[in-house]
Write a protein that binds this ligand. Structure first.
Ligand SMILES: Cc1cc2nc3c(=O)[nH]c(=O)nc-3n(C[C@H](O)[C@H](O)[C@H](O)COP(=O)(O)O)c2cc1C
Length: 180
């Protein structure tokens, strides 16, 4: 059974709402165990436990929040011991063009530092709406398309975990879905 951690920080609840949708998308894949954890309650054990991780932060000055950065800076004891987990990112910013994709890249760089296998998503979940670097949102997700993006991210994470960790090649995302 694959284990998914959705780890987030959120000051004013927008990233929390995205995180809940990521978790929902992951739980839709058969056999997944999903933990949703805010940064204040997350522990090193959660990182060691998971097979796949989605990390989300509000966009703060074009970077991840200080709490999220502090969390990862505090995990050096695990460095070199938890390589190979599958990772992805999400972020809420005040506005489009406010740096949310930069935050995703910054999170992915952090995950790469821990030896994780990170991925993007080529899907279009609505007209002119995609998530190549992770699920990004201005404010909170309200429309169906905006909610489909984090759900697709979570589902894709769980699919890759199912394929890579559980050997469930039958659950690999198909070419039709990746263009939907
Ligand atoms: C310290 C701080 C810095 C911020 N910097 C940015 C920024 O660089 N770009 C942007 O678009 N929004 C910025 N915002 C707005 C937040 O990214 C935005 O309100 C986001 O939706 C908050 O997510 P949350 O509700 O999960 O905390 C900033 C907010 C704070 C508090």
């Amino acid at each position: 059974m694959g284990k998914i951690l959705v780890l987030f920080d959120s000051q004013s609840q927008s990233t929390r709402k995205i995180a809940a949708l990521v978790a929902q998308g992951a739980a839709a894949v058969e056999g997944m165990e999903v933990r949703l954890k805010g940064i204040d309650e997350a522990r090193s054990e959660d990182l060691a436990w998971c097979d796949g991780i989605a990390v989300g932060s509000p966009t703060h000055m074009g970077g991840m929040s200080w709490k999220m950065k502090q969390f990862w800076d505090g995990q050096t004891d695990l460095w070199g011991k938890i390589d190979g987990k599958i990772g992805c990112a999400f972020s809420s910013s005040g506005g489009w063009g406010g740096g949310n994709e930069l935050v995703c890249l910054s999170i992915l760089i952090t995950l790469i530092n821990f030896g994780f296998l990170v991925f993007g998503v080529t899907d279009y979940v609505g007209k002119q709406f995609t998530l190549h670097y992770g699920a990004v949102q201005a404010g909170e997700p309200r429309t169906e398309t905006e909610q489909a993006s984090p759900m697709r991210l979570g589902k894709r994470l769980a699919q890759w975990v199912a394929v890579q960790v559980d050997g469930r090649k039958d659950l690999a995302p198909g070419p039709m879905e990746s263009r939907a």
